[in-house]
Design a protein. Sequence first.
Lengths: 130, 298, 315
Amino acid sequence: MIEFHLDPRSGVAPYLQIVQQVKEALRLGLLDVGDQLPTVREVVAELAINPNTVAKAYRELETGGLVEAQPGRGTFITGTLVAPSQKHHEALRRELERWLESAESAGLDEESIRAVISTTLREAFVRRVA
Amino acid sequence: MTAPLVMRGVGKRYRRRWALRDCTLAIPERAIVGLAGANGAGKSTLLGLTVGLLAPTEGSLEVLGRDPRLEPEVLAGVGFVAREAPLYRSFTVGDTIRFARATNPGWDASVAGEFLTRLSAGDRVSALTAGERSRLALAVALGKRPRLVLLDEPFERLDPLAAREFLQLLMDGVSELEATVVIASHVIADIERVSDHIVLLGDGQVRLEGSAEELISTHRLLTGAARPLGRIAGVEEIVRKRSSGRQMTLLVRIDGRVVDPSWSVDEIGLEDLLLAYMAPERLPGPEAPEKGRLRWHG
Amino acid sequence: MAWVTWRQHRHQLLIGLALIVALALAALVTGLPMQTAYEREALSSCLPPAARSGCDIIVRHFQSEYGGRVDVAGYLILLPALVGMFIGAPLLARELEHGTHRFAWTQSLTRRRWLLSKTLLLALAVTLGAVILSAIVMWWRHPFDGLEGRMSPGGFEIQGVVVPAYALFALSLGVLAGAALRRSLAAMSLTLAVFVAVRLAVAELLRPRYRSPEHETMAGLVPGAHARDWVLSNSLVDAVGRHITSAREDLAILHAQQARIDPQEYLLSLGWRRALSFQPADRFWTFQLIEAGIFVALAAALLAVTVWFVRRSPS
């Protein structure tokens, strides 16, 4: 069974960390369809975090079609994650490099570029979650 | 769905000093509330009022829908661990549990038992470590299957290991009981890990109240050149202001996006946000290399 | 709450038990010789107002032999005060002093039930102990009760139903003191002071008036006629009923002695009489019940005040 860990200083919301760790495990093949996730109580007793946080993470995974909560039995993996193909990776990276060139020509230094990227990233995912 | 704890204009005065004034709040069911504030801010008073040990000088409060002074039977649903986890020191662990069983008809030995591992019934309370005493007090508080759990500075005497163990047990118990929890602590970091709702007290008044997520998402740190302040687009209120030389840092509450290019906009972490509301001088300065890094505690 | 009360007060109750056992043994050791002497000398036939020849000497001998220990027994009046100080006062004071009331009063039991259960259970134990003690004293003091009566404070206050009543009053007083002062030592002191004050007040001001005293005027002193009654006042009055001061009495006796007349006959010739105000011995149980009633009522009232006080006070 997967074991979660929490990094309070990572800047990522705890429930999102759990979601990410499940997705990571799926990608790496550590979790498969039919596997059971630890119960909310088990996670909470191990990590000493808010049970609502765990519940929220599991709900999000369920909305994403990756898990299914079976009342009285537990939460089970029902979906898989497709590893993004190498082809997409290459195309996206080249597009990013082109954008970086534009940003540098516009006069942004590394710090400013990082700031723009992280702000935009954050707001994009917030919109998606909301 | 009754809010487990509701206060309306509650005030408590001791002779001439108001320990708590004008306190109005409603905590949501099944929330884990961090009751923050410096020593003397009124946290213990607030908890004392909730549990009926104190009577309000003004205002009214409802615990699980009832007034704890008029209907003290409601305390059967409230688990309370007072500051320094008071227990009868001449009692043994077994005596303490027996006492809890005798004074709580709804006692569930299996719930209590989970907190008593590595303790034997013959151990005298006075011989237990601080961590073990806290666990025992928690066992008594949760063994009655309460719907509302109140803890006053539970980590005060605990070393980090004991504190983590205590928190694990607490969260596990709370999860099973589906209870609402209020943890009072003057060390914000202690409660930051688990709180999804915050009540910040300062000098007996509620300075801040709301869900942790909402508080973080509605505040920003603005850094920029010192200047006379006018309206800034997206800013609802400037909460704190600090100037040093040519630089000015503002803690603001926003009602939209702040797109003013003359200000560098950062999120603020919960601990720093609460500290800022507690004491203006503690406003965090601009972060050097990690600018733009998210600090999210939810 | 029975177990809780026992667990929190077992030391006090066990010490109390040990005390009763010790007193019982002391009563046995000091009382048996007294009882056997009583039987042997057939003192029952010498009880006033009987006047068998030789009784006078036997009685005086008996009184000088055993009177000392009977006087010592008078200290038993302190025992109820100890109940108040060591069982009553710490009940609330200790909880408040140590902050454990924040533990005890936040369980499912209301403060009122907690206090009442504890106090009533302790009251039961205290009453039992006091009744046993009273019975022991009544057995032990029987000979002297016959000779000197038990209406005077020395005999009245250590036997009968007043003993448990005093103990209950002391208990309630201690509990209230603990609630009000919140400190064990201070509460103990206050309990002792108030207990003594109230007991004295009742003994001096109320008890003589439970029923109107009887009056009797007589020529000279009749030994033994009122040996068992409680004599409230014994004075010399003239033929009209006016009180004669001791100065005048001394003067008259001096006069008689100078004239070589028997002083008592001289006083009689002046028309002076002895006026006695007393409570007869057969009123013992009436007075016991009245006084016990007063103290039990006080105990109940104090307990009610304590419950009210505890319910409304901030911690």
